[in-house]
Design a protein around this ligand. Structure first.
Ligand SMILES: *Cc1c(COP(=O)(O)O)cnc(C)c1O
Length: 494
């Protein structure tokens, strides 16, 4: 360009002036940064030793480097004027401390939700954990038939047990129920049509959606009926030469009320037999035990479904079954055999420790000892037992924290895991108030103590539900609340 406009000239002059200023600023920053001790010097601080033993030297270096990098950026942005070496050390130490101790750790579940997905779903009985240790610390016959000295299959260890407790002819175990659904649909209906009621096209949560998993499996989803009513004739009308499978889905934590109807298992089973189709039901929770003692009725057991004529069912191991995270595929052996060599079985296979835990849990069912499964026991607790426990806890808390207010209250618990959503599960709890702390603050602080306590909130009070407490949890709650109250509430904290 031959001629510059005056504005541009002025801009250029300013720019070079800014450059010069920039240089001065950069020099200042460089001088400030020189005040930061060298990495070697920082690493020789006395507090570093303890952290180094837990996390190793490289991790400490990288966190120091992160913190110093942030200081450098703030200096450049003009957000910070000087160097605070002590502040750098404190921030590094704080971050290291947060990483130094187990990230995955026990918490007290005081929510009253028995199968709580965010809190690890089912708690395993001692026998299952002993089996995990015994299997994990030695070699084991995971895929080895001891009698024949030949290669075996890992599902062999639990198949017979699963058949005994469900009434199925055959069974397979995979990593989780979502995987079981994918495997069944891929192996039995890919490239073919699967009929499913519009009332069962549900999302289970955690982004598991029936239409998505069907599409992913390669089966062609054919929707039948309406959202609220689907009759046998809806299925019949949708049949084509390409139909391979009738899919029934347990709607989990979603229920239709009012004017609605679904087609019974018996009707669907008769249709499937007549047309030589597979009737497959994704049951979700996999109830094996009778839970009516706790007032929970209406969820079909796995045995019931198979007796009603369903060919294949899938369900989770860590929902109401009360075991480890697995997915079970159970049903007619002819169909299960078609799955045994399907390539997707390999990426979904179960770990030996999980299988050990599952075997122990299934043996408890076989022996009629399902009461020893925490989930089953908690669901069967009577209102009277819960009320007495809540009263004892309230007394204990009142004694330990005279400044607090502790009321025994009736609460609503839940089975969780997508089961019995319409079933209020009456429970008892203790509502907590501590001076100067809002219920939100109590909840938040209880999550941040050494053994976190997860409580619910009702009518702006933090509430401890006693149904989901284990023996010894009361003492942990007392300790946690003392920590919470001890941190001092100066002024009302929201
Ligand atoms: C929970 C559930 C699943 C998914 O099971 P995961 O164990 O979470 O993999 C699938 N279908 C139904 C009906 C469920 O309730």
């Amino acid at each position: 360009m031959s001629k510059s406009f005056p504005d541009v000239e002025r801009y250029r002059r300013n720019e070079s002036k800014n450059d010069r200023e920039g240089e001065i600023v950069r020099d200042e920053i460089r001088n400030l940064l020189r005040q930061i001790p060298s990495m070697d010097e920082l690493l020789s601080r006395s507090w570093v030793g303890e952290m180094e033993a837990l996390l190793g030297r490289e991790a400490i270096k990288s966190v120091f480097a992160d913190v110093i990098g942030e200081v450098r950026r703030r200096l450049r942005m003009g957000d910070e004027e000087g160097i605070d070496v002590e502040g750098i050390e404190q921030e590094t130490c704080r971050r290291l401390r947060a990483k130094a101790y187990s990230s995955l750790r026990p918490v007290v579940n005081a929510t009253g939700v028995v199968v709580h997905t965010n809190l690890g779903r089912s708690v395993l009985p001692r026998e299952a954990l002993e089996a995990v240790v015994a299997t994990g610390e030695r070699y084991c016959n995971l895929e080895y038939r001891l009698e024949e000295g030949e290669r075996g299959h890992r599902s062999d260890h639990v198949e017979w047990l699963l058949c005994q407790v469900t009434g199925a002819d055959a069974a397979l175990v995979v990593n989780n129920n979502a995987g079981a659904v994918l495997l069944v649909l891929s192996a039995l209906a890919a490239g073919k049509e699967s009929l499913v009621s519009r009332g069962e096209l549900v999302e289970i949560g955690g982004s598991f959606r029936i239409p998505d998993i069907m599409a992913f499996s390669g089966t062609k989803m054919v929707e039948v009926g309406t959202t609220n009513r689907t009759g046998l004739s809806d299925y019949e009308r949708a049949l084509t030469a390409e139909t391979a499978l009738l899919l029934k889905v347990h709607p989990s934590n979603y229920r239709l009320v009012g004017f609605h109807a679904e087609t019974s298992r018996e009707e669907l089973a008769a249709l499937a037999r007549e047309k030589e189709l597979i009737l497959y039901e994704d049951l979700g929770s996999g109830v094996l035990a009778d839970l009516s003692a706790g007032g929970l009725e209406g969820e079909p057991t796995v045995r019931r479904c198979l007796m009603d004529g369903v060919d294949i069912v899938t369900f989770s191991g860590d929902k109401l079954l009360g075991g480890p995270q697995i997915g079970v595929i159970a049903g007619r052996s002819q169909i299960i055999d078609r799955l045994r060599h399907f390539p997707l079985l390999r990426p979904l296979r179960v770990d030996k420790m999980t299988l050990a835990a599952l075997e122990a849990v299934l043996r408890l069912y076989l022996q009629g000892r399902e009461e020893e499964l925490p989930a089953v026991r908690m669901l069967r607790l009577s209102g009277e037992t819960l009320r007495r426990r809540a009263e004892a806890l309230a007394l204990l808390l009142a004694e330990a924290l005279p400044q607090g207010l502790f009321d025994v209250v009736a609460v609503e618990d839940a089975a969780g895991g997508g089961s019995f959503p319409e079933h209020p599960l009456p429970g008892w709890g203790v509502a907590l108030s501590l001076p100067t702390l809002s219920s939100g603050a109590v909840q938040r602080r209880l999550r941040q103590v050494s053994c976190p306590v997860i409580v619910s909130a009702e009518k702006d009070r933090a509430v401890v539900h006693v149904r989901t407490l284990f023996e010894g949890d009361e003492a942990l709650i007392v300790r946690a609340l003392k920590e919470v109250a001890g941190k001092g509430g100066n002024g009302l904290e929201r």
